[in-house]
Design a protein around this ligand. Structure first.
Ligand SMILES: Cc1ncc(COP(=O)(O)O)c(C=O)c1O
Length: 335
């Protein structure tokens, strides 16, 4: 599924810190992103178990659901995601735009839960009815961040170690957005298994640090079980997550993240997103500016994707167009 290795190159943004970027927005599957690496393993497991249908649950505008829909299509599997609106403030525009539009296009059979609290019951219902229809169902947990999906980032870490060696870098820190935790955990596991002491710096995009450390820790334990490692070469102290860049919570915009989305687009021609990579980039730049991480060499920012969210309903990012002369003429014709 993955078009790899994805490139590592310099950025003009963050140049004073010699910031590099790993382009996992270019993993290749239906607009790319980090989930494609996890699905390489998750779909493999599903096929090995003889699955005919995949089920997962997530919020609307989920990058995970979009990439899973594409992976299911490529693998000839039915895909039934259960989605809910995590925030009441979502407007109607979210229903025909961004990831949700692509889910439909990619053939996902969407089911809707009324709220997050109803999610588990709805998942059971969907699994039951698919089973009754004769399907063999494979359930993918939140963000595919279990011991199977997270192996995608164990493999990615090995790819990074090879690349920085080949490119002559002495990378000391890798920055990533931390959501369900599998990306962060896979990176730690892969780096330590490769004998690298690179520090993974996780920027929480939603919950407090404690909750994220727990998620990453659980994914690390599951990776160890999956790989049959009794004495892992990593420790709890390897897990570093900062929650001060998450703003009011999941998918709530922050001024700093939006500013970096605009700035990286203009200075590097690279699209970040306001939900994950914008917040992670804002965190990385702030930590580097504040010299909060001790000695840093050739820092590397992992771009985990998320671009379709830019096309979901108006956001403050659309202000970039407001100065366009004649925009009012267009508006008059459209409205
Ligand atoms: C664009 C993007 N970046 C980062 C993440 C976080 O990855 P993880 O859930 O493995 O922590 C996600 C997960 O949804 C994502 O869609």
């Amino acid at each position: 599924l993955v078009h790899g290795p994805t490139p590592i190159h310099t950025l003009r943004s963050g140049e004073k810190h010699k910031l590099w970027i790993k382009r996992d927005d270019c993993t290749g599957l239906a607009l790319g992103g980090n989930k494609t690496r996890k699905l390489e393993f998750t779909i493999g497991q599903a096929i090995a178990e003889g699955a005919t249908a995949l089920v997962t649950a997530s919020g609307i505008q989920s990058n995970h659901v979009r990439q899973t829909a594409a992976a299911a299509a490529r693998s000839g599997l039915a895909f039934h995601p259960i989605v809910f609106a995590p925030l009441p403030r979502f407007g109607i525009g979210h229903l025909n735009s961004g990831n949700l539009l692509l889910d439909g296009l990619l053939g996902a059979k969407l089911h809707v839960a009324e709220s997050e609290a109803d999610l588990d019951a709805k998942v059971s219902d969907v699994i039951e009815s698919l089973t009754r229809e004769g399907h063999r169902v494979f359930f993918i947990p939140l963000g595919a961040s279990d011991g199977v999906g997270s192996l995608g980032y164990v493999a990615a870490a090995l790819e990074i170690v090879d690349q920085i060696r080949a490119q002559g870098l002495s990378t000391s820190h890798v920055f990533t957005a931390t959501g369900s935790g599998g990306t962060h955990a896979g990176l730690i596991a892969g780096l330590r298994l490769a004998g690298s002491s690179i520090q993974v710096v996780g920027i929480s995009v939603s919950e407090p640090t404690d909750a994220k450390i727990k998620r990453v820790g659980q994914a690390l334990s599951q990776i160890a079980v999956r790989l049959g490692i009794e004495a892992p070469p990593w420790a709890a102290s390897d897990i570093l997550v900062l929650d001060r860049y998450a703003g009011a919570g999941y998918a709530f915009p922050t001024a700093e993240a939006d500013e970096w989305v605009r700035s990286v687009a203009r200075n590097d021609g690279i699209l970040l997103d306001p939900v994950y990579t914008g917040k992670a980039f804002a965190g990385a730049m702030d930590l580097l500016d504040a010299e909060a991480l001790g000695k840093v060499a050739d820092p590397l920012f992992l771009h985990t994707g998320g671009i379709p969210v830019l096309f979901a309903e108006p956001t403050s990012l659309w202000d970039a167009l407001k100065e366009t002369p004649g925009l009012d003429l267009l508006q008059a014709r459209i409205v």
